[in-house]
Ligand binder design. Structure first.
Ligand code: NAD
Ligand code: ZN
Length: 368
C-alpha cells in the first residue's frame, strides 16, 4: 500500500471496541415501503466461521439502496431489509478463522459484494461480482444502515491510514464502481470521455478517476450546483441535459475533434441517457453501462455495426479494484464530496435522491 500523504481525521469512536446489547438500524419491512429507525439485536454471539462483526460509524447512501426498497429490479431484495453498502468502521469481534483476513481494531469497509465463494471460475479470475454465490450487502445480506454489521471477513476492504472513515465511505461503492468503469472504458490519455450524471454520487467520483487517467472529461447533469461541482472536479465542458435542446449535437461539438467522445460512462438512472450516448459516441467508441434503470438499451443494430461500438456492462469492482480506489484517495488524488447527516435522516435522504436534489454523496453518521 503506498504511504499515505494526507493525514486522516481520527474519530474517537474507532478506539471503542466494547459491544453493547442493542443497536440502531434502519429497517425496510416491505417492498415499496418506508424505512423506520428501530432498536435491533447485535449478532455478536452468533458469528459463523469466517465472519467478523464491524462497528460501523459511517455509511454512504447509494441510489442502489433506493432501487432496493422500491423493488425496481428483476431480482427481489430480502425483506425485512437493512440496506446500505458503503459502510466504514472497525472490526470488534471475529468468528473462527476470520483472523486470516482481519484483526480486531482494523479499519475496514463493507462493500456491495458482501461475500463470494473465491473458488469458482469467476472468483479465480477476479470477477467476484459475477460469482453464482455472490451475496450483496443491503440486498441479499443485511447491510450498513446499522451500527454493528456482520460481514464476511474475506470481502472486507482495508481502509488506508491516510483516509478517514467518513471520507472513505462513499468510495466503497461509488468510488470502486466508477474506478472500475473507467478501466472498462479503456481510455488512452487525451481521449474524450463523457460522464453522465457528473454531479451525482458515482458521477462526481468518475470525473476525478477519469481525469487522473489523463482523459478529457465532459460532464452531463443538471442545475447550477451540479455544474459547479462537475467543473471544480475536472470537467472541461458541462452540458445541462434539461436545458440543452440538441444534446447529441452538443456533446459531439464538445469533443476534441467534433467526431464525438471515445467513451461514455452512464452513471445516471435514466433510460434516455443511454439512447443519446449511443448516438453521440464516435465510431469505435465505448458505452460503459453503470446506472441501473429497469430498461432495455435500444441499440440500433445497423449503427452499432457501422460505427463498431462497444457496449460494456460494468458491475461494481473486485477486491483489488476497491483497494486501488481507496489508495488513490488516500494519496489525495480523489476526494469524495459529501454532506454528513444522521441515520434518522435516511427517509428524507431517499426523498431528496428521488427528486435529484443531492449533489455528490450523503454520508450518514450512524450514531445520530
Ligand atoms: P445519484 O442519484 O447520486 O446520481 C445520479 C445523477 O444522475 C444525479 O446527479 C442526476 O441529476 C443525474 N441524472 C439523472 N438523469 C440524467 C440524465 N438524463 N443525464 C445526465 N444526468 C442525469 O445516483 P448514484 O448513487 O450515483 O447511482 C447512479 C446509478 O448507478 C443508480 O442507478 C445506481 O443503482 C447505479 N449503480 C450501479 C452500480 C454498478 O455496479 N453498475 C454501482 C452503484 C450504483
Ligand atoms: Zn452502490
Amino acid at each position: 500500500m503506498p504511504a499515505a500523504l494526507s493525514k486522516a481525521k481520527v474519530d474517537a469512536r474507532e478506539k471503542e471496541l466494547k459491544i453493547p446489547n442493542e443497536q440502531k438500524a434502519a429497517i425496510c419491512r416491505e417492498k415499496g415501503g418506508k424505512v423506520t429507525i428501530e432498536n435491533a439485536p447485535i449478532r455478536s454471539n452468533e458469528l459463523k466461521r469466517g465472519e467478523a462483526l464491524v462497528r460501523l460509524i459511517y455509511s454512504g447512501v447509494c441510489h442502489t439502496d433506493l432501487h432496493a426498497i422500491l423493488g425496481d429490479w428483476p431480482i427481489d431484495a430480502k425483506m425485512p431489509l437493512i440496506g446500505g453498502h458503503e459502510g466504514a468502521g472497525v472490526v470488534v469481534a471475529l468468528g473462527e478463522g476470520a483472523d486470516e483476513f482481519v484483526k480486531k481494531g482494523d479499519r475496514v469497509g463493507i462493500k456491495w459484494i458482501a461475500d463470494s465463494c473465491l473458488k469458482c471460475d469467476f472468483c479465480r479470475r477476479g470477477h467476484e461480482p459475477n460469482c453464482p454465490d455472490a451475496q450483496c450487502s443491503g440486498y441479499t445480506w443485511d447491510g450498513t444502515f446499522q451500527q454493528y454489521a456482520v460481514a464476511s471477513a474475506r470481502h472486507l476492504s482495508h481502509i488506508p491510514d491516510g483516509l478517514d472513515l467518513e471520507s472513505a465511505s462513499p468510495l466503497l461503492c461509488a468510488g470502486v464502481t466508477v474506478y472500475r468503469a473507467v478501466k472498462e472504458a479503456k481510455l488512452l490519455p487525451g481521449n474524450d470521455v463523457v460522464i453522465i450524471g457528473s454531479g451525482g454520487g458515482l458521477g462526481h467520483l468518475a470525473v476525478q478517476y477519469a481525469s487522473n487517467a489523463g482523459a478529457r472529461v465532459i460532464g452531463i447533469d443538471t442545475g447550477s450546483e451540479k455544474e459547479k461541482l462537475s467543473i471544480q472536479l475536472g470537467c472541461e465542458k458541462f452540458i445541462d441535459f434539461q436545458k440543452e435542446k440538441d444534446l447529441v449535437q452538443a456533446v459531439k461539438e464538445a469533443s476534441s475533434d467534433g467526431h464525438g467522445p471515445h467513451a461514455a460512462i452512464v452513471a445516471a438512472s435514466s433510460p434516455k441517457a443511454y439512447e443519446q450516448a449511443l448516438d453521440y459516441l464516435r465510431p469505435r467508441g465505448t458505452l460503459v453501462v453503470v446506472g441501473l434503470p429497469v430498461t432495455d438499451i435500444k441499440a440500433n443494430v445497423f449503427w452499432t455495426v457501422f460505427k463498431s461500438l462497444n457496449i460494456v456492462g460494468s458491475y461494481v469492482g473486485n477486491r483489488q479494484d476497491a483497494q486501488e480506489a481507496l489508495d488513490i484517495a488516500a494519496r489525495g488524488k480523489v476526494k469524495a464530496i459529501y454532506k454528513t447527516l444522521g441515520l434518522s435522516d435516511l427517509p428524507q435522504v431517499y426523498d431528496d435522491m428521488h427528486h435529484g436534489k443531492i449533489a455528490g454523496r450523503i454520508v450518514l453518521d450512524l450514531d445520530k
